[in-house]
Design a protein around this ligand. Structure first.
Ligand code: AMP
Length: 631
């Protein structure tokens, strides 16, 4: 066994040898000719000349040895159902879905947008797409019609797969009206819409365009759809994420690099074995859902659990009862979920036998020490923080316990993972900070390792300009996070360098929320900032200047307008983006040159010292904010 330090060094110093070895973890139809082509930086091509298929590696490859082992268990505490599919059954379902998609005109390279709750059919749809070489673009079910429409327009899907409704806290959330509205709003129209009817909400079906999954599935019960062998660099999917500008970016992922990266992460990071059980509590609308609900565990031959429901319903023991029942070995969740559980008695977690758990991995937002300590005491299993992004597809910082057991340090997501040449950069001059405990921008020297984004969907220029040109004088990938590294190589993440906020692990662009709010007829101008919150990590807070404030005579009138603004955000972006408060002001704090003083606004909203304000135009602006938030 090499030490992790040696393993890491090899991944950087002998990059191609290292990844050639990792490439052996998956099946190739044609082996790669070249490991990494980085002749056109920052565009990296991994495993050039190789052909493979993601679905083959996730399912077909395991049929020989584990056809009857459960591959996917879909549990819903919303509908009180548990459906289990062996690898053989999953193989059959995915082929049926693939045949249905083909019958609707989907071909290799086409996009299929998936707007679904956490049900097994969502997994079938994702796997069916990559089986036939089509690209899926999953949109989180909590997003509303405006967000959905912008993604439909950008991805230009041939088909959309959706369901009548999701369910949350026992209440059904109809999807079809939002979907119809989004299609109406979008300039691009899909040719086919495939609806899974769960019997939760009525659906208006449009003849010729909308199709019923159950009816078409019945026509393709014995479908045999072979895997389409695609080039390693063939895109497997796009997944939209928020950045500084209003328009979400389609993160585009390849096939071969992603499959190898996930297979390697299952071995080295998760120390996972085929036959074990993985339970990630995320949603397929997020990157964790892609990598560690669907692809990673299946590639490793594990059973994966998909969960629809809350962590506290019917009670706070529900996840741990699943761990006991299915002998879960690997669990992956988010700090927010733990903070929700923390409001309940720890005895709920101790009611069940969780001794099968090797560890609980947490990611998506900063894991504060008290939360880590609480869950560690409650569960008595190792708690492992991991830091990464939609863009990277797998952890940048964590512990690679499959290589060498390392100790968790609460407050730190851990060490740089193999393949990631992580640097801390002085933002002012682009120089690397090598001494310990210095604060810099967390950056990654190219090439990004396999599995990371190839580019922004149909926008190479945006990929280069957004991620690789933000640090003066060097072509280096910026994560847009501040960080420090201690003398032992443990990193600490200190927050975003840009205008992105993280609400309960959901990444939101403040500009996106601002755009939605300013489209209200009575809002002239608005600033949205992220404010620290003990449950959600951060919440969005809006400060808006009304066009006509004459009606805002009392609290009732202000609350009415606040309610209208919130409703507008709900209907355009979804409740995830709804600000916790909308405060009305007469002027926003700006510099004399008209630049919004976001940091100062955020500081005051968090009741902190706003710092140097010498460039501020009108001091009244911040005073109003102070009065409103009571700081
Ligand atoms: P997303 O692309 O939605 O996964 O969001 C990625 C961003 O979430 C990162 O750039 C960080 O700002 C934040 N993030 C993710 N994981 C962690 C973590 N373990 N600790 C601190 N911040 C995190």
């Amino acid at each position: 066994m090499p030490s992790y330090a040696d393993f890491y060094r090899q991944s950087i110093d002998q990059r191609d040898t290292f990844w050639a070895e990792q490439a052996q973890l998956i099946d190739w139809q044609t082996p790669p000719r070249q490991i990494c082509d980085y002749s056109n930086p920052p565009f990296a091509k991994w495993f050039v000349g190789g052909t493979t298929n993601l679905c083959h590696n996730a399912i077909d490859r395991h049929l020989k040895d584990r056809a009857s082992q459960p591959a996917l268990v879909a549990i819903s505490t919303e509908t009180d159902t548990e459906r289990s599919y062996s690898f053989a059954e999953l193989h059959a379902e995915v082929q049926r879905m693939a045949a249905v998609l083909q019958s609707l005109g989907v071909k290799k390279g086409d996009r299929v947008l998936i707007y679904m709750p956490m049900i097994a059919e969502a997994a079938f749809a994702m796997l069916a797409c990559v089986r036939i070489g089509a690209l899926h673009s999953v949109v989180f079910g909590g997003f509303a019609s405006g967000s959905l429409a912008s993604r439909i327009e950008d991805a230009e899907p041939v088909a959309i797969v959706s369901a009548d409704a999701g369910s949350r806290g026992g209440k059904s959330v109809p999807y079809k009206p939002l979907l119809d509205e989004a299609i109406a709003l979008s300039k691009h129209k899909p040719t086919a819409v495939l609806m899974v009817d769960r019997g939760l909400a009525p659906m208006a079906m449009r003849a010729g365009r909308d199709h019923d999954w159950a009816a078409l599935r019945a026509q393709h019960l014995n479908a045999a759809v072979p895997c389409e062998w695609v080039e390693s660099t063939h895109p497997s999917y796009t997944l939209y994420t928020s950045g500084t500008t209003g328009k979400p970016k389609g993160v585009q992922r390849d096939t071969g690099g992603y499959t190898v990266a996930l297979a390697a992460s299952m071995k080295h990071i998760f120390d996972a074995q085929a036959g074990q059980t993985y339970f990630a509590t995320s949603d397929i609308g997020w990157v964790v859902g892609h990598s560690y609900i669907i692809y990673g565990p299946l590639i490793a031959g594990m059973t994966t659990i998909m969960y629809e429901g809350l962590p506290t319903r019917p009670d706070a023991g529900v996840w741990w009862s699943i761990v006991e029942k299915y002998k879960v070995t690997h669990m992956f969740s988010a700090p927010t979920a733990v903070r929700v559980l923390k409001k309940h008695d720890a005895s709920w977690l101790q009611k069940y036998d969780v001794s099968t758990l090797k560890a609980l991995w947490l990611a998506g937002e900063p894991l504060d020490e008290p939360t880590a300590q609480w869950i560690s005491d409650a569960l008595s299993v190792p708690i492992i923080d991991n830091y990464w992004q939609t863009e990277t597809g797998w952890p940048i910082l964590t512990l690679a316990n499959g290589v060498e057991q390392q100790t968790t340090r609460f407050g730190s997501p851990g060490k740089a993972m193999y393949g990631y040449n992580v640097k801390l950069i002085d933002e002012s001059n682009g120089e690397e900070l090598t001494a310990p405990n210095q604060k810099g921008v967390v950056a990654i020297e190219g090439p990004l390792p396999p599995g990371c984004m190839q580019t922004v969907w149909r926008d190479d220029e945006r990929f280069v300009n957004t991620y690789w040109k933000s640090i003066p004088g060097r072509l280096i990938y910026s994560t847009f996070d501040w960080g420090i590294r201690d003398a032992d190589g443990y990193h600490f993440i200190l927050g975003r360098t840009d205008d992105v906020i993280n609400v309960a692990g959901h990444r939101l662009g403040t500009r996106e929320i601002e755009e939605s709010i300013s489209s209200h007829p009575n809002i002239a101008e608005v600033a949205v900032v992220g404010v620290a919150d003990s449950l959600k990590g951060q919440v969005a807070m809006a400060f808006a200047v009304p066009r006509d404030a004459s009606g805002l005579v009392d609290d009732a009138a202000r609350l009415k307008l606040e309610g209208e603004v919130m409703k507008q955000v709900d209907s355009q972006l979804g409740a995830v983006a709804r600000p916790a408060r909308v405060y009305f002001v007469t002027v926003l704090p700006k510099t004399r040159s008209g630049k919004l003083l976001r940091r100062a606004l955020q500081a005051v909203a968090e009741r902190r010292d706003p710092g140097d304000l010498t460039t501020m135009d009108d001091p009244v602006a911040l005073q109003q904010v102070k009065d409103l938030v009571g700081s």
